[in-house]
Design a protein around this ligand. Structure first.
Ligand code: ZN
Length: 221
């Protein structure tokens, strides 16, 4: 599993979760919805984190044009600065992208050596294809299990096998049938994996094998 620190105040906590647990690593970064609250100089500290064995990726980073808590320009500035660190450290990146696929791909084009996963993908089939065509992965969350998740299930069925991950986005997006419980937790990812198995007409064990292999390759674990 990879846990995420989305702002400087979370980085040590994310790292703490990995301690003594060989099956957990972390990603640290500045989420686009936090960059207006984070001093730009903080980004440079990610270089030290990037050298730690427990840090598997840099992120979340990216663009969020749905919320726009920070201006688009500021989001892009923080995104590029983090991509530079990831490129230098040869680490993959976890992308948060909402209603901004064209601009995210445009910025990523400047960093061809950086591997990326578009986490919690909830866009259109056309957007998914553009992401896959660039070689990037898409991460599927509990949204895949929602009653209104039909178009996302079609996308998950069409995804190239090597470009799929499953994730929780915990504490958000609790998958069915646990949604009543509200607070999501890592164990519930099995429900997302089960739906993925159904749409791809493979077994849950095969989804386990596939997503483990994809994660190992992506994170060079
Ligand atoms: Zn996100």
């Amino acid at each position: 599993m990879v846990t995420i620190g989305t702002q400087p105040g979370d980085w040590e906590a994310a790292l703490g979760v990995t301690e003594g647990r060989g099956n957990i690593r972390c990603a640290v970064g500045v989420h686009p919805n936090h960059c207006h609250e984070v001093e730009f100089a903080e980004i440079a500290r990610l270089k030290e984190y990037a050298g730690l064995p427990a840090v598997a990726a840099v992120g979340e980073m990216g663009l969020d044009y749905h919320h726009t808590f920070a201006s688009r320009e500021l989001q892009a500035k923080y995104f590029v600065a983090q991509l530079e660190i990831a490129r230098e450290a040869k680490l993959p990146v976890v992308i948060h992208c909402r209603e901004a696929v064209t601009d995210c791909l445009g910025i990523l084009r400047g960093f061809p050596s950086v591997r990326a996963v578009f986490h919690c993908f909830t866009g259109t089939m056309d957007e998914a294809r553009r992401i896959w065509d660039c070689g990037y992965l898409t991460g599927f969350t509990g949204v895949l299990t929602f009653r209104n998740g039909e178009s996302l299930r079609e996308i998950a069925a069409a995804a190239p096998a090597g470009q799929i991950l499953v994730e929780t986005d915990a504490p958000y997006l609790t998958p069915e049938p646990m949604r009543k419980q509200k607070t999501n937790e890592p164990a519930f990812v099995v429900h997302t994996a089960a739906v993925l198995a159904g749409v791809r007409k493979i077994s849950l064990a095969q989804v386990d094998e596939l997503t483990t292999k994809n994660a190992m390759g992506f994170y060079r674990w």
